[in-house]
Design a protein around this ligand. Structure first.
Ligand SMILES: [Zn+2]
Ligand SMILES: [Zn+2]
Length: 375
């Protein structure tokens, strides 16, 4: 069977023809024919051989973690899925440590020891292949009407987990008015970054009732800024507007959702977080030189303004389900904007250019069915 694999030792990325066909090995297993897999910065990092690891005993890793597939076979004990169901697979699989309380509770997104594996990233083959097998609990059913955009669900889980964490952390104070918990404009959110995680984050914050703004690098107008403004979120460029000016324009910043992966601008914005505000980091910066920072001022602010600064990675089954629900809402409200996030669909043979060439577009998708679906 065909698969797109990275060979870290040889520093090679190529399509292999002899990836073995997976079979059901437990009554809860489900066999899935892969339809589409999204490409992101993590894949590009793996293809620059900075990150990622093949499964034990292999010299290669099959890529792909942003998957969408169709069930073709179910084990005898599978109760939640049947053939022809559309599914999005979760990425992380739990560690084996009996003392890892999170993994034992099916919350490997909070694994204590880092010994989890991740499909298409760390020690477990991914989804850029014809068929995969997984336990039903790692497969999330997607309604058929989301078929053409469901490949966006995995990257949307970043924002969903951030939102879930924000609501949980902010229970530390009387944050919401119980009479009107979703009142528009009650809380103000600044999204840093205008990649797919930022764009869908802006949609998710808006749908959750936040007065939402995007602050990112490219000067407007540009295609991402236009897309963001098309669903009613103002786009502010840090090339033409300073952080101070942005903070003045926006007003009280209750939440910062960081999806830009750049320390410098993130910490400058943290400086403007309001009293009782929460700052959520989701980006992973490169190994850039250290930046200068007024640490004492930062510390004073965090204490005297009751601020929370948290990081979040990976997603639970619940946040996948939240993403499926919200993607449905986005499609009701802004179908054209959602479809425009998918900038291109490519055959697996084009992957080298997509993964090792210059980054272009917003979300590029590899179609595994031969003929790319109509967007
Ligand atoms: Zn990704
Ligand atoms: Zn664990």
């Amino acid at each position: 069977m065909k698969a797109l694999a990275v060979f870290p030792e040889k520093e090679e990325l190529r399509v292999i023809g002899d990836h073995s066909m997976p079979e059901l090995t437990s009554p809860h297993d489900v066999k899935v024919r892969m339809l589409e897999v999204g490409v992101c910065a993590t894949d590009r990092e793996i293809c620059s051989f900075e990150y990622g690891a093949p499964p034990q005993g292999f010299d290669h890793l099959v890529l792909g973690h942003e998957g969408l597939g169709e069930v073709v076979e179910v084990g005898s004990a599978v109760s939640t899925l049947q053939p022809k169901d559309l599914v999005v697979p979760m990425v992380r699989r739990p560690c084996n440590d009996p003392e890892c309380y999170s993994c034992r509770e099916d919350r490997s997104d909070f694994c204590y020891n880092g010994n989890f594996v991740e499909r298409g990233i760390k020690e477990c083959h991914g989804f850029m292949t014809d068929y995969v097998v997984d336990h039903e609990k790692f497969l999330c059913k997607v309604p058929p009407e989301l078929r053409d955009v469901a490949v966006l669900i995995e990257p949307l889980t970043v924002a969903e987990k951030a939102l879930e964490q924000i609501w949980q952390v902010q229970q530390r104070l009387p944050w919401t008015n119980p009479e009107a918990p979703n009142e528009q404009g009650q809380h103000r959110a600044v999204v840093l970054g205008a990649g797919p995680v930022g764009i869908m984050g802006a949609m998710a914050f808006k749908v959750a009732g936040f007065d939402t703004y995007v602050f990112s690098r490219s000067p407007a107008p540009n295609p991402k800024a236009n897309l963001i403004e098309s669903f009613g979120v103002p786009y502010i460029s840090c090339k033409t507007t300073s952080v101070e000016e942005m903070a003045r324009q926006v007003g009280r910043i209750d939440v910062v959702y960081e999806a830009i992966g750049v320390a410098d601008i993130s910490f400058k914005v943290l400086d403007h977080l309001a009293h009782n505000g929460i700052f959520v980091f989701t980006g992973i910066p490169g190994y850039d030189p250290p930046i200068e920072l007024d640490a004492a001022k930062l510390m004073r602010n965090i204490v005297l303004k009751n601020q929370a600064v948290i990081g979040t990675v990976n997603a639970s089954r619940k946040t996948f389900q939240d993403a499926i629900r919200d993607l449905g809402t986005f499609m009701e409200q802004w179908p054209e904007a959602v479809r425009a996030i998918i900038s291109g669909r490519y055959a697996v043979e084009d992957a080298n250019e997509l993964l090792m060439g210059k980054a272009t577009g917003i979300k590029n998708v590899i179609s595994l069915t031969g003929k790319p679906a109509e967007a």
